[in-house]
Design a protein around this ligand. Structure first.
Ligand code: MN
Ligand code: MN
Length: 406
């Protein structure tokens, strides 16, 4: 009786605008800010509260009953990252300094206004990127001196191997915003090799000797540029310099949205890895999950997974062996992380299509599907683990269903 009243009180407080998760989940729960209560366990909260953050993280405030143990934090929001503001744009990053578990991958979110340039530079990490909005022109020169230039738009990728020098410039009408993914969690966007930095720290006499000119030609070297405002360049064909050494043999850019998706009742998956994007050493999957559906229970047999949430709302539970399970909620602009081999699933908990990226520091996309694994094993062996009806075991899909319908 008391539990019933408690539920009524909770329901009426929810009508006041608190976040309400989609119904029909195995552990569906309704969380009101200030109510750290699940089925009569827990208590209301009396002290200071960040209610906006609590509403975004209902499964942190009131974890599912199945959560247990001490998995590390596996979520970071770019909204909590320091913003580096520059003339013509901005940059913010998620590295091991923000999310300590993310040792294999770091991410940078960057905006360049029309004409603005991320200055000529290089770095030790490899750079994978996806254009989120707008368009840009990228340049790169390889170790044989061959140049490559391309214009990239929404849904396009680029991949720049470690050590090769490159630039990015926002195009009209409104420049661009993109996500950079690096194969080193300790990467810092503030520690790249900048052309302006090197020249400013080289004696002018040496510059004169190197460029075969006079030292006074370098009297006006700019301070560190990093991101700076310039004018929108002419069309690609006019902008490109003919390189007598030729073009690079393989493109450094790729259309992820042009990939034929694997489609399922509950969504779709587009994969870009070395099998279709020859240049890349990092595998990527763009996953779409319809409301009520989920990225099925699975794990990755090779490396950690770094996620970037593009749109919609999600909940991910991660299983780390020894009864350790922890659940996190995600919104657009958030980063998720799954250490190597840990089981996980990602539910769409909102009313819109959920879109997110799975990234791997590995050239080929690989996963193990829980259901497909069991589907191709002897039925008695499986039955002795599940104690479930024969029909369930007979109906297991023998091909992977990456997104399972709601
Ligand atoms: Mn770079
Ligand atoms: Mn995964």
């Amino acid at each position: 009786m008391e539990a019933l009243n408690r539920r009524r009180i909770l329901a009426s407080s929810l009508a006041g605008g608190a976040s309400l998760l989609a119904a029909g989940h195995a552990y569906a729960q309704s969380v009101a800010p200030g109510q750290a209560v699940r089925d009569g366990v827990g208590a209301d909260m009396l002290g200071p509260q960040n209610q906006a953050l609590q509403r975004q993280n209902p499964d942190i405030l009131v974890p599912p009953r199945s959560d247990h143990g001490e998995l590390p934090n596996l979520k970071w929001s770019f909204a909590d990252s320091h913003m580096r503001l520059e003339d013509g744009g901005w940059a913010r990053q998620t590295t091991t300094r923000e999310l300590p578990v993310s040792t294999e991958i770091a991410g940078v979110n960057m905006r360049l206004k029309a004409g603005a340039v991320r200055e000529l530079h290089w770095h030790k990490a490899t750079e994978w990127s996806i254009m989120l909005k707008g368009s840009a022109r990228v340049t790169i020169v390889d170790q044989d001196g061959r140049n490559y230039m391309a214009d990239v738009g929404e849904g396009d990728l680029w991949f720049f191997p470690s050590g090769l020098p490159h630039s990015i410039q926002g195009l009209g009408p409104d420049g661009c915003e993109f996500l950079l993914v690096f194969d080193d969690g300790e990467f810092s966007e503030n520690n790249t090799f900048l052309l302006s930095d090197w020249l400013r720290h080289t004696p002018k006499e040496v510059l004169a000797k190197n460029f075969q000119t006079q030292a006074s030609d370098f009297d006006h070297l700019p301070a560190e540029l990093y991101i700076y405002q310039a004018t929108v360049p002419p069309a690609l064909a006019q902008d490109k310099v003919a390189d007598p050494l030729g073009d690079t043999p393989k493109p450094f850019t790729f259309s992820l949205t042009g990939v034929l998706p694997q489609t399922f009742a509950g969504g779709s998956v587009r994969i870009a890895d070395q099998r279709n994007f020859a240049m890349t050493t990092m595998a990527a999957a763009l996953v779409e999950v319809q409301p009520g559906a989920m990225r099925e229970m699975h794990w990755h047999p090779t490396v950690d997974e770094w996620q970037y949430y593009i749109s919609g709302q999600a909940r991910m539970s991660v299983f780390g062996a020894s009864s350790n399970v922890r659940t996190f909620d995600f919104q657009a602009g958030d980063v998720g992380y799954v250490p190597f081999a840990m089981g996980h699933y990602i539910e769409n908990t909102g009313k819109e299509t959920l879109r997110f990226l799975e990234m791997f520091r590995y050239p080929v996309y690989e996963d193990v599907s829980l259901r497909q694994w069991l589907a191709v094993l002897p039925r008695e062996l499986v039955k002795s683990h599940l104690h479930a009806p024969d029909a369930l075991i007979a109906g297991l899909p023998k091909r992977k269903v990456l997104v399972v319908g709601g």
